[in-house]
Design a protein around this ligand. Structure first.
Ligand code: MRU
Length: 350
């Protein structure tokens, strides 16, 4: 797989196959999975071989293109039936990431208009590549907008992985950090390990290491200690869905970090493309929160960490109220309270 200037390549077309780095086994192994069907892509999204809201969106768009190629349909009606089925299957994989439905909507615009099946197949593949390219461009723009918000030599805390792996490339929150590092080599990043899937320990630490950005891995319950010692100057995280009022769904544990940041007077920034903003939801209470397998909490790889039958809760995301968010960084700029108007304007500008 060819690597871009950002060292990490998450997903790409190789001829008529969709190739993804397997994020379940990083950083121990760099293995790539080849997908020839939309069902294989759906499985990779569900099982988190690919994860992170923007990357899930790109994968879903490519999955739709595969569905069109797989379909033996000769007529528009037959093709549409197969594509509707694939769209439903892909949509059901993960409920919180808004980019998933957004990307499927982009593809639906193409195939819902009656047309020649051959041309629809071609357009779906082309649009999926555009979605990937646009995502990288949006991440780079977020980096440009976000970098000036950080003081010199900043110690920045991040949660989960909102890097190149979670997007088409470059990253949202990690993209901002990359852009800060380009200007200032004296920054340091505190990386929350992010229980239970360990996106911070396994993926963010790995990405930062590849780029030579100084970082320190901490367990999730250590951040309060570092806030209290005055060692954290700013927080930046990504998002899976942002409601119209600026409430932010992100990886479980983000809300806790936002409360700590507020209590210690530390700015809390969210970086996300406008494709993550869901204007149809008035606030975060309406955001669907995915509940994942208990086994993610009770075991790690082959190791059981709890007694058999232990009752478990495993919500994968939480919602940070907009009052705890200092600013939201999108490709359109830096948004501050009140968010409703400026987020709507940014979306409209697309
Ligand atoms: O469950 P995941 O790993 O898909 O969750 C990912 C996150 O919560 C990220 O922080 C979010 O998608 C932003 S990624 C640019």
């Amino acid at each position: 797989m060819t690597k871009t200037g950002y060292n990490v390549k998450t997903i790409e077309w190789q001829n008529d196959e969709v190739v993804m780095i397997d994020q379940r086994i990083l950083p121990l192994e760099e293995t790539y999975i080849h997908h020839r069907t939309w069902q294989e892509v759906a499985d990779s999204i569900k099982t988190m071989a690919i994860r992170g809201a923007p990357a899930i969106g790109v994968a879903a768009a490519m999955g739709m293109a595969l569905a069109a190629m797989q379909s033996p349909a000769a007529t528009y009606e037959e093709l549409k039936e197969d594509l509707d089925k694939a769209a439903r299957g892909l949509y059901e994989t993960r409920p919180t990431a808004y980019n998933l439905g957004w990307a499927l909507g982009q593809q639906a615009r193409i195939y819902e208009k009656e047309g020649d099946p051959g041309q629809i197949r071609q357009r779906l593949k082309q649009r999926s590549q555009e979605i990937l390219d646009e995502d990288v461009a949006m991440c780079v723009a977020m980096g440009e907008h976000g970098a000036p918000l950080f003081p010199e030599g900043a110690c920045i805390l991040t949660h989960c992985n909102a890097g190149a792996l979670a997007t088409g490339g470059y990253g949202t929150a990690l993209g901002v950090i990359r852009s800060v590092f380009k200007r200032d080599k004296n920054i340091k990043v505190y990386v929350d390990e992010t229980r239970p899937f360990l996106q911070g320990a396994r993926l963010t630490a790995w990405e930062l290491g590849q780029e030579g950005i100084p970082y320190c891995l901490i367990t999730d319950n250590m951040s309060g200690y570092f806030f209290k010692k005055g060692e954290i100057d700013a927080v930046v995280v990504g998002s899976d869905r942002i409601a119209a009022n600026g409430d932010v769904a992100n990886k479980i544990g983000t809300y806790t970090v936002s409360v700590l940041a507020k209590a210690h007077g530390v700015p809390f920034y969210v970086a996300a493309p406008t494709s993550t903003v869901d204007l149809s939801l008035p606030d975060g209470d309406h955001i669907p929160i995915e509940e994942r397998e208990p086994a993610e909490v009770t075991r790690f790889r082959d190791c059981e960490c709890a007694a058999p039958g232990t009752p478990v809760c495993n919500p994968a995301f939480d919602v940070t109220p907009h009052e705890n968010v200092t600013a939201i960084i999108t490709e359109a700029g830096v948004h501050r309270e009140p968010y409703a108007e400026s987020l709507a304007a940014a979306k409209k500008g697309k």
